[in-house]
Design a protein around this ligand. Structure first.
Ligand SMILES: [Zn+2]
Length: 402
């Protein structure tokens, strides 16, 4: 199911096997909440080299519905992505203000904002939805606490997350047989950034029979130092033999550091959301392509980038297309950013294989922060600057929109 092939310090590379093939680790997944990575079709993702993406089962279950996706041949066929698909349980959405009516140990009563119909979403229901649409890797339903809440909320979140994890596991076992499915199930740990809580949750979840372990409830507003401490704390108690997935982390330097600490898998709307706001990733940090200094710049977005945008178009063209809100602008910017992320993972895997990851990490970070524009490093979530649709994920380090 998961095989570690090479190690370099604490970083490791390997292969995750799913019903839709192999995924080389460490890897980054673009987010396809509504069965699409915004503005880019599935064939393009495959062409770029993506072996996995993540969709949101809760959102899809409301619209178009599990039945519709089943009738159309399952999620892979529906969105024409032939490789590995993860599905998020939707824990974060179910429990967000937009949907939540009431939360209890049984599950969450939510309101479908479109129809107004209220429904009970339970761990069992979440398993049914994920196996129903046919993803390769399902995530447990967890209770995500908000950052900096008082101790009692964290304790409640952990208690509920563990009880729900157990129910997910039992239901999943049953459904897998019924559906003759090879779907994997990953457990999610909680505990915020408090060492004792994190350790307690990690130990509980790793003792259950999950195929992989995700670090949940992170990247929700904590400082970078708190985040890295929480990762190191968790890794002390995670088994070597299972995939380690850090949910929601997307900024390239953070990912490079987390791989160095031993994480294998990431997902975030970071590259896509930033692209749409004109923030393009390069080895020298992000450039704000909407800045008027790029209006006549004939260079590619990033010198040496082999993506089709950098091969064929200038910064000036991308600037103009985005500035005038042409649909092509969003697409070109997104293609460059997601190409960059996939290529970065390839470079990380190569460095691990050649046992020079520490050196690679140091060189990468030095160059990344050498750029003239340093928009990175705001440690707080800035969701208030995001459009409504972009609030579907808990985090991005998106710049202030003026
Ligand atoms: Zn490029």
């Amino acid at each position: 199911m998961f095989e570690v092939k090479h190690e370099s310090g604490k970083a490791r590379s390997g292969i995750l096997y799913t019903a839709h093939g192999k995924v080389k680790t460490p890897f980054f997944m673009p987010v396809a909440t509504k069965a699409s990575v915004k503005s880019v079709e599935s064939e393009k993702l495959a062409e770029i080299g993506y072996e996995a993406l993540i969709s949101n089962s809760f959102i899809l279950s409301m619209n178009p519905s599990v039945k519709t996706i089943q009738d159309l041949g399952g999620l892979h066929k529906f969105m024409n992505f032939k490789k590995t698909i993860f599905t998020d349980s939707g824990g974060f959405q179910v429990l967000s203000k937009e949907f939540l009516v009431k939360k209890s140990d049984e599950g969450a009563i939510f309101k479908n904002p479109k129809t107004g119909i209220k429904d009970l979403f339970t761990p069992e229901k979440s398993m049914e939805v994920q196996i129903g649409i046919g993803s390769d890797v399902a995530m447990t339903l967890d209770d995500v606490p908000h950052y900096n809440q008082n101790g009692k909320d964290y304790v409640d979140s952990i208690r509920r997350t563990h009880a729900w994890a157990k129910r997910c596991l039992e239901e999943h076992k049953k459904l897998k047989e019924e559906h003759k499915s090879k779907q994997l199930l990953f457990g999610i740990t909680q505990g915020g950034i408090t060492k004792e809580y994190r350790t307690f949750s990690t130990n509980k979840i790793t003792k259950m029979d999950f195929d992989g372990v995700a670090l949940g409830g992170m990247v929700v507003g904590e400082t970078r130092k708190e985040l890295m401490n929480a990762i190191h704390t968790s890794l002390n108690d995670l088994p070597e033999t299972k995939v380690r997935y850090l949910m929601g982390l997307g900024s390239p330097p953070d990912i490079i550091r987390a791989i160095g600490a031993g994480i294998d898998c990431f997902d975030s709307t970071y590259p896509t959301a930033n692209a749409r706001h004109g923030s393009l990733i390069t080895d020298q940090g992000r450039i704000k392509i909407l800045n008027k200094k790029y209006a006549e710049d004939e260079n590619p977005i990033m010198e040496g980038c082999k993506c089709e945008v950098c091969k064929n178009y200038s910064r000036a063209y991308v600037h103009y297309q985005l500035k005038t809100h042409e649909l092509l602008g969003y697409r070109l910017a997104t293609i460059h950013n997601i190409y960059y992320m996939n290529n970065l993972m390839e470079r990380a895997r190569k460095a691990i294989k050649e046992n020079r990851y520490e050196e690679f990490e140091k060189e990468y970070l030095e160059e990344y922060f050498s750029g003239s524009e340093k928009p990175e490093f705001s440690n707080n979530i800035q969701t208030k600057y995001l459009k409504k649709e972009e609030k579907e994920r808990p985090i991005y380090y998106l710049e202030h929109k003026k």
